[in-house]
Each structure stands twice: as C-alpha cells, then as structure tokens.
Design a protein around this ligand. Structure first.
Ligand SMILES: [Ca+2]
Length: 516
C-alpha cells in the first residue's frame, strides 16, 4: 500500500535533506521533542491568544505545522503507552501483538534501532519511557535522566541513566521535570560530535498532571484567565468509557465540574505548557548556537491531547477532538518557513517521516506514512480519513468534514459536521436530513475496521446502562499529587493510594460525597 508513495517521495528527498547523496554519511540530526498530554489548541501561533508559548510560536514561524494531527486511539487507559508504542514501531495498535502491546512489540523494527543500524545514527534518550525495560533495551543503549514510568510529581521524582545498555541506579532528578530534561538535551547538543548523526529523543512529562508548574507560572494565568473550552460541560452526558466515572484522570476534580475548578486547572495546565515552552526554547537556543544548527531537523509533538473540561471530561480516555488531537511542528533544512497543513495525520506517521529525512527505507508492513510529500508541497494529503479506536468501548472515524463516534457498549452514536461544529456540540446522527452522511461514515468505519482486523463488535445485544454514575467517594488519588493539589481538589486527603479509590469518607469534609 505504501510502496508507491515511498517511491514517489524518493524523488524529492534532496529538497528536504539538503541535497545529499543517498549513501552520504552526512545525514541530518533529528531532535525529537515530545510533550505529554498537550492539547492541539495550546500554542499561541496556532490561534490561541490566551496562552504564552513564544518559543513554540517561533518554531512554527520557522517551520511547518500540521494542524490536524492525531493519536490513533489506544488499547489502554494509559493512552501515553499506546501512542509511544505506535510511534516507535510505526504500527497502529491493532497491528501490535495482542499480548501486552504496551511492552511487547513482537518483531517490529523499532525506530531508534533502525536509525542506528541502517543510518549510522547515535540514538539518545532523555525523559519518559513508558513502555517497559524490554522495549528500552531494543531501542536505546544510552540516555540520561530517564523516567521509567508514566507520571510523577514534576518537582520530586527519580531518574536513571542508561550507559552502554545498562540502566543505572535511581537518583533524584534534582529539579523540575521539564528543566531537568532540557538541561540534559542542552548538554547533549553542546557535546555532540559532528562525525555521527544523532537522534535525540526528549520525552518531557509536561503538561501531564500533576498540574503543578512552578508557582509563578500558574499565578500568571490565575491573574489572566483563559476562557473555558467552548464545549465545557459540568458532566459528560453518557457513559462513554469505564474510565469516565472511575479513572484516575477523571478523578482529578469532583463531579459535577464547576467552572471555577476547571478554570483553575486550566490555569495550572497552561502554566505547565508555558514553562515547558521556555525549556524547549533553551534547547532550541543551544541548537542554534551549536555546530549542528544547519543540519538538524527539529520535531515537536505530543503523544495525544487532553479534555481539560471539554464535554465534562478531564482526561484522554475519550475520542473527542481535544483528547486525540495534538500539536505537530517540524523545522530544519529544506522545510519551508511558516508552512501549515490541514492534512489528516497520525503521530505515528513520524516514523516514516523520520526514515525519509534519514534516507532510510522504511520497513514493509508499517502503518506510518511519510509527511515529507505534504511538507514539500507535492501532495495535500496522504490520508483521506482517520480511525480513532479506543479499547473496545469507543470508535471514531473522521474525514475532512465529518466525524462519527460509535460507543459499542451502550449502542450509542454521534455524528458531527466538523466544518461547522469543530467542538463537537451538535449530534446529527439521528437527524433524517443527514442519513446519507451517517451511512457514508459508517461505511468508512467499516472499511477501516476491515483494514485493521478490528476484533471488537460495534453493537452489543445486552448494552450497559447509558447513564453515567458519578460517585465522588470513588475518586482515585494517586501518590504523585503534591499536597497543595490534595488540599485544593481532594479535600486534603493524604491517603494516596494509586489505582484504588478512597474507602472511607473523610470526616472533616462536609462536602465529600455530594455533588458540588
Ligand atoms: Ca500522555
């Protein structure tokens, strides 16, 4: 399926990789800057006047932005894990092994190893690795300040270094996560030799919760508040996924969500983004001042988005735009400044894109499509549609205008006209005047399901209750939330118990267990 595209793309490699011969050892360096849980609408240059991201704005001005970029759903509530597995293998999660796809990637060719073995690259890992030790061993031999988990208190956590394949003992990170990782990236860039191309993978942990940016960064937004999302709701109107009423992400604020609480959490989230932006700026400055400036491609993206009050949700365990869409900007030699595209893309398309930058043939059988032809203006789209499946309980398909949601466990469906309703507010699925659109999108979903061998049904004979049951007593408090967040959003609870809900109401809290 992808071979014709690859053959075509070979023709214009020279414009993207500064006209090097195919066997040239002088391949471009790649700096991959990976945000965690960043919504697509949190970059000022992409149309949000309420957030401060001057460094990402500059990257967008000097680079090429993909404005319709998505995570392809998830096999797990830990969407971070699925997204990273897809990026590293170039495969849709439905094409990864059934048995523990989080950390078992079968015989997949893993991107850093491919760059090393076929391109002579030096892969180097900094930051979050959320896919287990086995995949790490197959991906990187060296790295610094690696976090072998999904999340942590940004201001108090431990990291490990990776030296010639050996993971060293844990040590205190010694600073705020984004700063620590940027420090390492700056150090790597300053010390990197020019005789070997590098693949520097920097996986930040912001703006994933805990939403505890350094104090000044949240104060900045408390004092100048961004508006709530246009699709803010106090509660999601139906049980879209098990995690909607019992998951860790959704437990970060009581039900129903008040405008005041969502506004505060949005300020804290924006603070994390702005702080991350400054750290990204430090990395880009170090690159500009290095010998590598003219031969390095910078990629900035995130693993997926986050609800942050949209549709009554806070997390990423849903298939709405805010949770599956995320930013994507590329910059470097041959990438024209200020370019922008509405092509439908996946995060895992970066696998094939990086292969093309590195002049390495991508493996057969992957689900990743190079974005270089779009960047080069050779085509407007590499895909006509996207499929966003989440576990066995949510399915979505979108094309340029329409988006269909199916909720198999409750036999429910939504149809949105994204051209006029980008915030997914008006369900047209039951409108007779849109029956043709509904059928077209159902056919499109069917073709995607066939292509990916989707094993799960779209309807069930005995559906679960559609009505969600919100119970504030069952909110999950994880061990990483700092005390001020526990006091502010968890009634001061200190019995952190990652993965389990509170057993007993706190006596001193008159509001606990009630809707407020
Ligand atoms: Ca994430």
């Amino acid at each position: 399926m992808f071979k014709p595209l690859y053959l075509v793309s070979l023709i214009f490699i020279p414009t993207i990789a500064t006209a090097k011969a195919a066997d040239s050892p002088d391949r471009p360096n790649i700096v991959f800057l990976f945000a965690d849980d960043q919504r697509a609408d949190t970059i000022a240059a992409h149309g949000n006047p309420h957030i401060q991201t001057p460094n990402l704005d500059r990257l967008a001005t000097n680079g090429f932005s993909f404005r319709q970029n998505y995570c392809a759903g998830s096999f797990s509530g830990a969407v971070c894990v699925a997204s990273r597995a897809m990026l590293m293998t170039g495969k849709h999660w439905m094409h990864l092994p059934d048995n523990k796809p989080a950390s078992n990637w079968g015989n997949s060719t893993i991107l850093p190893a491919l760059l090393r073995d076929r391109g002579g690259y030096r892969p180097f890992l900094i930051g979050k690795w959320h896919n287990g030790r086995g995949t790490l061993d197959k991906s990187f031999a060296n790295g610094r300040s690696i976090y072998m988990g999904g999340m942590a208190n940004h201001a108090d956590f431990q990291v490990q270094d990776l030296v010639d394949g050996k993971l060293q003992s844990k040590r205190n990170a010694g600073g705020f996560s984004s700063t620590v990782f940027a420090d390492e990236a700056v150090r790597f860039i300053q010390r990197a030799e020019s005789d070997q191309p590098f693949f520097l993978y920097v996986a930040f942990m912001a703006p994933h919760d805990p939403r505890n940016p350094p104090e000044a960064y949240r104060q900045r937004y408390y004092q100048n508040r961004p508006p709530l999302p246009k699709n803010f709701l106090a509660q999601h109107p139906f049980q879209n996924a098990p995690q909607a009423t019992s998951g860790r992400d959704e437990s970060l604020a009581p039900w129903p969500r008040t405008k005041a609480v969502v506004s505060d959490q949005l300020c804290e989230y924006y603070g994390l983004v702005t702080h991350l932006d400054e750290q990204v700026g430090r990395v880009l400055k170090a690159l500009d001042q290095s010998d590598h400036a003219d031969n390095t491609i910078v990629i900035y993206t995130a693993d997926h988005g986050l609800a942050m009050g949209s549709h009554g949700l806070l997390g990423k365990q849903n298939i709405y735009e805010q949770s599956m869409r995320c930013p994507l900007i590329l910059s470097g030699p041959g990438i024209h400044h200020g370019g922008s595209s509405n092509a439908l893309t996946y995060v895992h398309d970066l696998y094939a894109t990086i292969c093309e930058f590195a002049e390495i043939e991508a493996p057969q059988g992957i689900d990743s499509r190079s974005l270089a032809p779009v960047i080069n203006g050779k085509t407007e789209n590499t895909r006509d549609s996207l499929f966003l499946p989440f576990q066995d309980n949510q399915r979505s398909v979108r094309n340029a205008q329409w988006k269909l949601h199916i909720y198999p466990k409750i036999n429910h469906r939504l149809l949105f006209n994204l051209a006029t309703d980008p915030h997914e507010l008006t369900n047209l699925a039951e409108a007779p005047s849109h029956r043709t659109h509904l059928e077209q999108m159902q056919n499109l979903m069917r073709s995607w399901r066939d292509r990916l061998d989707d094993p799960y049904p779209l309807t069930v004979a005995d559906p679960d209750p559609k009505e969600p049951r919100y119970d504030n007593e069952k909110r999950v408090l994880d061990v990483w939330q700092p005390m001020w967040i526990r006091e502010k959003y968890f009634d001061g609870r200190s019995n952190a118990n990652h993965g389990r809900s509170r057993v007993k109401p706190k006596q001193t809290s008159p509001n606990s267990g009630t809707n407020r």
